[in-house]
Design a protein around this ligand. Structure first.
Ligand code: SF4
Length: 695
């Protein structure tokens, strides 16, 4: 038992009388599908009939979403670092330290020495304020975790189409005759999208082609499985394009009206040998031809892309190769078609839309665009800087003399989620000043000078934008516990302190912030917080629209052009050379967990559902190393080593091993490399050379 003289605990503890949750119609805090959930009883959630989960269906993560909210290790008081350890401090002292810590670095080294990490699991309004604070300070060093998951997808889609988002909607893709799912496992990672939209279409006859090195729950419903070797998507997709051209499956009318560069593209394909490319990609040439035919012959074919495509140092080119297939076959700009990135966190789309990007202002206009800067300046009262800032991965590797010296990390955990994690932890520890706003003392928060206890999803109001561009409203079910504060209020206070009294950070709640962000974010122009209600508004939102634009690029692309280029792309070898005895490590999510696990590893239900951490290994690769199912194995490379149990299974393709990235222990990202895509600066998470040995 504590005494009256003991310092107060920073944690919520085992509250014998936890506050009651109200039942409010909110949005699931996990994946980008955006299911409507509300409190049920105890610490369980249930679905309400939302705009996505129209029958009120939810997956196990959604059901468990309240469990971490009142976890005993939830932070409820600010922490400051004293003599190397965290101690509880009053809010005023913690905020003063942030003000002094950041200001000191700015005064001495300039605004470019500060970086902000916004949060893809927080609201549009909160992310909008984070980017506004950074820009008011004089830096574009603001990014969000899309840098680590889909920045390459966005880069390729913006270049080719003018919009970096799902071209279609979850509803209309059901009209497709073929689905091409590349580097994604929606049956486990976007379960309600799969079971409510994709799977029923497959049951009705839509052909499902699954490109993935692993047989998983999505493969179980597939007609064709192409078990691609990680890093070889371009040879595979180029070979599919060659089959489409050879077998005259192109859409002549679409190419005439909407595409440029056909001659150069077909000339590039002349050097493509379908059989050789298939073997290079690790797939059966006949299966590849069958997949190309199914996609090319379909009246309407919808492609889906996930992190298996995007998280490579050629991720942008991977997506260009996929877009080529869609353009060749005329599968853009009509229902049941398109390129549809399946976004990870519940607001990763929105965090990008509202400008938490170092190169773009709200609405994706580049910071170099003087008109866009003027548009912001009229509303903000200051002009944002014109030079693009550092991306998340770049600033974390620039810590020191001419790089970043202070950082504010809002609801993210880069010590676990970034590649080459040992180096990242060292870099974060070397910062002159680090402030973290979070629910828990995460691995990143442990390194911070100040930690502010923020609000969980269940305690906040605001908007989030799901994977098919629909903006929905979250509603609080409770107040933050203890001394924890709502994130929007924290950011307003931090904004006031860091940027001075002249700039307006005095908003009257999320509706007020939303009204401002619609003024500077053209794709959100015309939306109304009040009118979203329990429904949604989808961007772009033309004047007078009822719910926004469903299918993008009809008639003309979002870029304003009627045509797009076919873009020849060549294979880019993976960054890690593979020694003879090494295997390729690739990573992914499982149904019961989410990203760094900051929430899901604090859910008793999900932890019970989770199996032991395993690495999947093909029987031939296991035999060659004397490894049996259940053995402890050591995965290592020049960046680090982890020990994990082996699951010997033919469901993983030969030469590749698979494990999840959800845990700080074992921390798989000590093995992943930080070679960056030259355009999108996304790291190569999905191909790491590792030595695998029995312990
Ligand atoms: Fe939440 Fe995604 Fe599951 Fe829906 S599918 S309940 S949004 S985790």
């Amino acid at each position: 038992m504590g005494t009256a003289d003991d310092p107060p605990s920073p944690f919520l503890g085992s509250d014998p009388d936890p506050p009651e949750f109200e039942s409010s119609k909110s949005v699931c805090p996990f994946c980008g599908v955006g299911c409507g959930i509300e409190h049920a009883n105890g610490d369980k959630a249930t679905g309400w009939k939302g705009s996505v989960n129209q029958r009120g269906e939810v997956c196990p993560k959604g059901v468990a979403a309240f469990e971490p909210v009142r976890h005993e290790k939830r932070l409820v008081r600010p922490l400051v670092r004293e003599s190397g350890t965290h101690v509880v401090a009053p809010w005023e002292e913690a905020l003063e330290r942030i003000e002094a810590g950041v200001r000191e670095v700015v005064d001495e080294h300039g605004p470019e020495s500060v970086a902000f990490f916004a949060s893809s699991s927080c609201t549009n309004e909160e992310n909008y304020l984070v980017q506004k604070i950074a820009r008011a300070l004089g830096t574009n060093n603001v990014d969000n975790c899309a840098r680590l998951c889909h920045s390459s997808t966005v880069a390729a889609m913006v270049e080719r189409f003018g919009a970096g988002a799902m071209t279609n909607t979850l509803e209309d893709v059901g009209e497709a005759d073929a689905f091409l799912v590349c580097g994604a496992n929606p049956a486990e990672q976007h379960p309600i999208a799969f079971q409510s939209y994709l799977s029923p279409a497959v049951d009705d006859g839509t052909t499902l082609i699954h490109v993935d090195p692993r047989e998983n729950a999505t493969t179980a419903e597939a007609d064709v499985h192409l078990p691609v070797t990680p890093g070889y998507d371009i040879p595979l997709l180029n070979a599919m394009a060659k089959v489409v051209v050879e077998e005259e499956l192109v859409d002549e009318a679409f190419l005439d009206e909407r595409a440029e560069g056909r001659a150069a593209f077909e000339a590039h394909l002349e050097d493509v040998d379908v059989e050789a490319n298939a073997r290079e990609a690790g797939v059966d040439p006949d299966d590849l031809r069958a997949a190309a035919r199914a996609y090319g012959e379909a009246d309407r074919a919808a492609a889906f892309t996930g992190m298996g495509m995007s998280q490579h140092h050629c991720g942008t080119d991977n997506v260009h190769a996929l877009i080529n297939l869609a353009v060749l076959t005329g599968n853009v700009g009509k229902p049941g078609t398109g390129i549809n990135p399946l976004r990870g966190q519940n607001n990763v789309q929105g965090a990008n839309d509202v400008g938490a990007r170092p190169g773009d202002l709200p609405g994706y206009d580049p910071v170099t665009d003087a008109d866009a800067r003027d548009r912001c300046a009229e509303v903000w009262g200051f002009e944002p800087p014109a030079e693009p800032g550092r991306t998340q991965v770049e600033w974390a590797r620039s810590v020191g003399d001419d790089g970043v010296r202070a950082a504010v990390v809002f609801g993210e955990n880069p010590a676990v989620t970034e590649p080459n994690a040992n180096e990242v932890a060292d870099a974060l520890a070397d910062l002159d000043f680090l402030a973290v706003i979070d629910l828990f003392e995460t691995e990143t928060a442990e390194l911070a000078d100040v930690v502010l206890p923020g609000s969980s999803w269940a305690e906040k109001a605001g908007t989030v934008t799901n994977t098919d561009r629909r903006v929905q409203r979250m509603r609080p079910s409770a107040d933050p516990p203890g001394e924890a504060r709502r994130d929007l209020e924290i950011l307003q206070e931090v904004g006031r302190r860091l940027t001075g009294p002249d700039l307006a950070f005095d908003y009257d709640g999320p509706a007020d912030v939303f009204a401002e962000l619609t003024e500077v974010t053209p794709i959100y122009g015309g939306m109304s917080y009040g009118e979203i209600g329990e429904g949604y508004q989808r961007w772009p939102f033309p004047a007078g629209a009822e719910s926004g634009t469903d299918v993008l690029h009809e008639g003309e692309f979002a870029s304003g052009d009627r045509r797009t280029e076919l873009a020849p792309v060549d294979h880019v070898p993976p960054a890690d050379d593979l020694a003879d005895d090494q295997l390729v490590l690739t990573t992914g999510r499982v149904l019961q967990h989410f990203n760094s696990g900051a929430l899901t590893r604090r859910s008793g239900t999900l932890m019970r559902l989770r199996g032991e951490d395993v690495v999947q290994l093909h029987p031939d690769d296991a035999d060659a190393r004397g490894i049996e199912d259940g053995d402890e194995v050591r995965l290592s490379n020049e960046r680090g080593a982890v020990t994990v149990a082996a699951e010997v299974t033919p469901s993983i393709t030969r030469g590749t091993v698979f494990t999840t990235f959800h845990y700080a222990e074992p921390l798989i990202n000590v093995l992943t490399g930080d070679a960056l895509d030259p355009v999108a600066k996304i790291p190569e998470y999905k191909h790491s050379a590792v030595t695998v040995e029995r312990v």
